[in-house]
Design a protein around this ligand. Structure first.
Ligand SMILES: [Zn+2]
Ligand SMILES: [Zn+2]
Length: 329
């Protein structure tokens, strides 16, 4: 089979690989669709740690074609989605109920083979059957949405609050749809891309603005930084009303720094909240997609070949609309 493999920073190629052998406790999935995301770009340029020689692809859905020894709750023929994050269940963090902080964490498409290939074998505990009516194409949005759901669980917005979202890529648009479903009174989408602002309005934003416009007189209870750009951090912080919360969601580079005024944080009793991946939230995300509370058709972008996916991770080729994905025949 053809696979998109990470060989090291700056070296990602399409190569021929054997179809994986299913091990005990695992299932073999014939991949229907795999999504690409910013994390793949960070892996490709070396700014996000990954294991060399692994197949990329942590957002995937497909059909089970083989079931390993000891797997009882999954059967051949089931359509499924995969939570890529595998925890050890026994370290201090796992025992404290924080599997996403596991010190022995593994991840499909990051530290072990992922779904940018026709087949992938994954531990059965990571596998969620798709709800009736949800296609594998739409289900690839389950993983990125599971991270958004976890982030919103942590930020805990209250019905009737005012929220603003900086950065209207896949995550920002998902945030807006969830915030609408959660009853936010004002949802402001902020981006310097006009097409992203239009999409935010379709997704349920009550208002959209450019980054410059958002520097003046904005006051919100929850400010969400979903752009991954350090330049959005301070405007988001400065927009917080008394008692407000800043949700740090976008992935910045390890060397990025920001400056804040602790006195304002003290006087206004502000909180900064971060979130990392989506522990135990995949089934809820699949439900949100299936009910169209998060509309997958607003989010699915260009369909790429594996070769085009290689260009995509290096930001080469045509500028591609999110959520870029590969469909396997
Ligand atoms: Zn991702
Ligand atoms: Zn652990």
């Amino acid at each position: 089979m053809k696979a998109l493999v990470y060989f090291g920073p700056g070296d990602v190629r399409v190569v021929e690989r054997e179809i994986p052998k299913v091990k005990d406790g695992e299932v073999l999935i014939k991949v229907a669709t795999a999504g690409l995301c910013g994390t793949d770009r960070h892996i490709a340029d070396g700014s996000y740690q990954a294991t060399k020689n692994i197949v990329l692809g942590h957002e995937l859905a497909g059909t089970i074609t083989e079931v390993g020894e000891g797997v009882s709750h999954l059967q051949i023929g089931m359509q499924v989605c995969v939570d890529p994050n595998l925890s050890c269940h026994s370290c201090e963090q796992c025992r404290a109920g924080r599997p996403n902080m596991c010190i022995n964490a593994q991840a499909v498409g990051v530290t072990r083979d992922g779904g940018l290939a026709s087949y992938v074998s994954v531990p059965s505990e990571l596998v969620s059957p798709l709800p009736d009516g949800l296609s594998p194409l739409h289900a690839i949005l389950g993983e990125p949405l599971s991270c958004v759901v976890h982030a919103l669980d942590r930020a805990n917005p209250q019905a009737g609050d005012k929220t603003a979202v900086w950065g209207l890529g896949t995550a920002g648009i998902m945030m807006i749809q969830c915030l609408k479903a959660m009853g936010q009174s004002t949802i402001i989408g902020i981006s310097h891309h006009e097409d992203h602002r239009q999409l935010a309005l379709k997704a349920g934003a009550t208002m959209v603005m450019s980054q410059e416009e958002a520097m003046n007189n904005l006051e919100v209870d929850l400010a969400i930084e979903a752009s991954g750009s350090p330049t959005a951090f301070l405007p988001a912080f400065n927009a917080l009303a008394k008692g407000g919360k800043l949700l740090l969601y976008g992935v910045m580079n390890p060397e990025d720094t920001v400056t804040i005024k602790p006195e304002a944080m003290f006087r206004k009793e502000l909180q900064i909240i971060a979130s990392y991946v989506g522990p135990n939230t995949l089934d809820r995300s699949l439900a949100l997609l299936n009910t169209r509370m998060v509309n997958p058709d607003l989010l699915l972008g260009d369909r790429l070949t594996l070769e085009e996916a290689q260009q995509w991770v290096f930001k080469e080729g045509a500028r591609r609309k999110a959520k870029a994905h590969v469909v396997f025949e």
